[in-house]
Ligand binder design. Sequence first.
Ligand code: URA
Length: 233
Amino acid sequence: MTSSDYEPGPCGADDSVKSTISKNIGERPASADSMESLEQVAHLIRKCIDCPLSGGRTNAVPGEGNPKAAVMLIGEGPGFQEDRQGRPFVGPAGRFLDELLASIGLSRNDVYITNVVKCRPPDNRDPLPEEVDSCKPYLDTQIDLISPKLIVTLGRHSMSWFFPGYAISKVHGKPRLWNGITMCPMYHPAAALHNPNLRSVIQNDFKELPNILARLEDINDDPEEQTKQLSMF
Ligand code: URA
């Protein structure tokens, strides 16, 4: 299927859930039963045909991990291995990510890992703005349901989802508040695999995460206080 003969469509029998998701974009769920579970979001993602990326996928990659994770990691989009297995970060970049997590005493079971777009862009190209927009309700809802203390964005596109217009080279490793959640941008593990200089940069940025989490425990919920104490960008 090419993008020109693609017609965006609803997600079949799950329209009611999809519209619940849309209604809740940017808001807390109105009540416990108005927003569904991560499994339900994943089910919708697997059936989604809302953008042309769905036509090229083997598997959608909703995300996985601890539904109550304090730390949520958000990459850009599935690559070849992820598309084949339906799981995030299972290729070479994923192996490095596992190492980074282990270096701070965490495993995949402790965190939640997902991507900005849930289907693989052809030839691993950058996701297009309309593809990112199409997946936005899913990521919004996942963040809402997990309600992490800390979001780590992996790569430029993921950072731009939260804070467009910043240069990753300037802000990597520096936290910032987003909708009351602390967000910390990092280089993408794949970039670090190709550039040995970035490898130690991302390793050092990861080593700071436990400190950021510990400081978050100590600081009250006052955003001004958090901004001061965490020297946010
Ligand atoms: N790169 C990403 O951004 N996400 C994945 O899931 C795999 C590689």
